[in-house]
Design a binder for this molecule. Structure first.
Ligand code: PMP
Length: 405
C-alpha cells in the first residue's frame, strides 16, 4: 500500500525501477546498521544513504544529544550569532587544514551552491569545471556541475561555456580547460560515487591542486560522501595530502538526525564573509539543534578509538573482498577500495544491479552506482562490529557466487 502511494503521488519512476528489480523495501524499524521492513524482515545496511548513517541509525549518543538540545534550543534565529553555530564552525575549521570559515546549509546541494558562488566571487570568473557523470546535488549550480544528462533534462546546463565536463582522472583535460583563463573552480568528488568510486591515478588530486594554483582557479572538494571518516581520514583529501580551497560536507554531519551541511572556505574563498554579512542566508542552514549533534558527530568520528576501529574494518574488507574476487574472478573483476568507500565492478554490464537484488534476497541493502550499473557501492558503517562485518562478507560472497559470469 505504501509503495502504491509512493508510486502514485511521490516518486513514480523511482518506485517502478526498484519494483522492476524486485526491491520492495519500505523501512520500518531501524537500529545501528540494521533495518527492518514493515513485515519485520531484517536487512544489514551497507548503503547508509551514502554515509548519512556512518555512525549507525539512531546512534544512541546522538539521539540523546538531540533530545537534550530540543529541551532548550530550536533552529535558532540565523540573523544572530549563536553559541552552537560558533562552536561548530570553530570545530570544523580547526579540524580541516587550509580552512578559515564555515558556512552552514540545510543540505549538500545548498552547500555546493555556497562553494561555487564563493569561487566565482573570489576569482571574478564564471566557468566551472567538473567531472562528467559526477553528482553534486540537484540544486542550480550543483545540478549544472553534475552529470550533463541530468542537467540537460531540466534545461539547467548554464549558458554556453559556463560549465565544462571532463573525464574522470583526465588531468590533461583539466589543464586544457584551465588554459582559457576564465575558470573559477574545479569541483571534484574526492571519490566519485555515481560513476562507481573509480580509483584515480596516484597524484591526480595533487595534480589538480597544482593546476588550479597555476591558473588562479579554486579547487572545490565535494566530500559529502567521502568525508567524516569514511576514507580512514576525517576528509578524503587528507589521504591524498591535498588541501583544497573549499571543502563541502553534509550527509553524516548530524548522524541522520537533523539536516545540516557546510561549505568550509579558505581565507581567499571566504573573503566575501568579511565584506557582506547577508550574502548567503539560509533560514534552516546551521540550525542550532543540528549544530549541537554535529559537534558530537565530529568528536566521535575523530576519536582515536573510532579511527583505530575503522582501520581494522578497512583491512578486513580489503582482505575479505580480495578473497571473493579470487574465488569468482569471472564475476567480480575489480575491487575499488578507498578506506570504507568501496566499489565492486562486476563482469556483467548490469552486474551492480543484479548484485543489489541478490543481496536484497539475502537480507543486505547495498546499491548499484547510478551511472554505472556494472558497479555495486558498498559503504560499511564506521562503527560496524567485527561479527556483522563477517556476516556482510559471507553474504557478499554468496551473492556474488549467484551472479551470471
Ligand atoms: N555531493 C555529493 C557527492 C552527494 O553524494 C550528494 C548527495 N547524494 C550531494 C552533493 C547533495 O547533497 P544533498 O542531497 O544533501 O543536497
Amino acid at each position: 500500500e505504501v509503495l502504491d502511494l509512493a508510486e502514485r503521488y511521490a516518486c513514480p519512476n523511482r518506485v517502478r525501477t526498484l519494483r522492476a528489480l524486485g526491491v520492495d523495501l519500505v523501512v520500518g524499524a531501524r537500529e545501528g546498521y540494521r533495518l527492518w521492513d514493515l513485515d519485520g524482515r531484517e536487512f544489514l545496511d551497507l548503503h547508509l544513504n551514502g554515509g548519512v548513517f556512518n555512525l549507525g541509525h539512531r546512534n544512541h549518543e546522538l539521539v540523546a544529544t538531540l533530545v537534550d538540545a530540543l529541551q532548550t534550543l530550536d533552529i535558532g534565529n540565523h540573523h544572530f550569532p549563536s553559541v552552537e553555530r560558533a562552536l561548530l564552525a570553530r570545530d570544523l575549521v580547526e579540524l580541516t587544514p587550509g580552512m578559515r570559515y564555515a558556512v552552514f546549509a540545510s543540505g549538500g546541494g545548498e552547500a555546493v551552491e555556497v562553494a561555487l558562488k564563493s569561487a566565482r566571487r573570489a576569482t571574478g570568473r564564471r566557468r566551472i569545471v567538473s567531472v562528467s557523470g559526477a553528482y553534486h546535488g540537484h540544486t542550480g549550480l550543483a545540478l549544472a556541475a553534475g552529470d550533463e544528462r541530468a542537467a540537460a533534462s531540466f534545461l539547467s546546463e548554464g549558458a554556453p561555456g559556463e560549465f565544462a565536463h571532463v573525464g574522470f582522472d583526465d588531468l590533461a583535460a583539466i589543464e586544457r580547460e584551465l588554459a582559457s583563463g576564465d575558470v573559477a573552480a574545479v569541483v571534484l568528488e574526492t571519490v566519485p560515487a555515481t560513476i562507481g568510486f573509480p580509483l584515480p591515478s596516484p597524484g591526480y588530486l595533487a595534480g589538480v591542486r597544482d593546476l588550479c594554483d597555476a591558473a588562479g582557479a579554486l579547487y572545490v572538494a565535494d566530500e559529502v560522501q567521502t568525508g567524516l571518516g569514511r576514507t580512514g581520514e576525517l576528509w578524503g583529501v587528507q589521504r591524498e595530502g591535498v588541501v583544497p580551497d573549499v571543502l563541502v560536507c553534509g550527509k553524516g554531519l548530524s548522524g541522520g538526525l537533523y539536516p545540516i551541511a557546510a561549505a568550509l572556505l579558505s581565507e581567499r574563498a571566504g573573503a566575501w564573509l568579511e565584506e557582506d554579512g547577508w550574502a548567503h542566508i539560509s533560514t534552516f542552514g546551521g540550525a542550532e539543534v543540528g549544530c549541537r549533534v554535529a559537534r558530537e558527530v565530529l568528536a566521535i568520528t575523530d576519536h582515536p578509538a573510532t579511527r583505530g576501529h575503522v582501520r581494522g574494518l578497512v583491512d578486513r574488507f580489503a582482505d575479505g573482498l580480495a578473497g571473493i574476487r579470487d574465488r569468482y574472478p569471472d564475476r567480480l573483476v575489480e575491487v575499488r577500495q578507498t578506506g570504507l568507500v568501496i566499489g565492486l565492478r562486476l563482469s556483467h554490464p548490469q552486474g551492480g544491479m543484479l548484485l543489489t537484488k541478490a543481496l536484497y534476497d539475502r537480507g543486505v541493502w547495498a546499491m548499484f552506482a547510478g551511472f554505472d550499473p556494472s558497479v555495486l557501492q558498498v559503504k560499511p558503517g564506521l562503527l560496524l562490529d567485527a561479527a556483522t562485518a563477517e556476516l556482510a562478507l559471507e553474504r557478499l560472497d554468496d551473492a556474488v557466487s549467484s551472479l551470471p559470469a
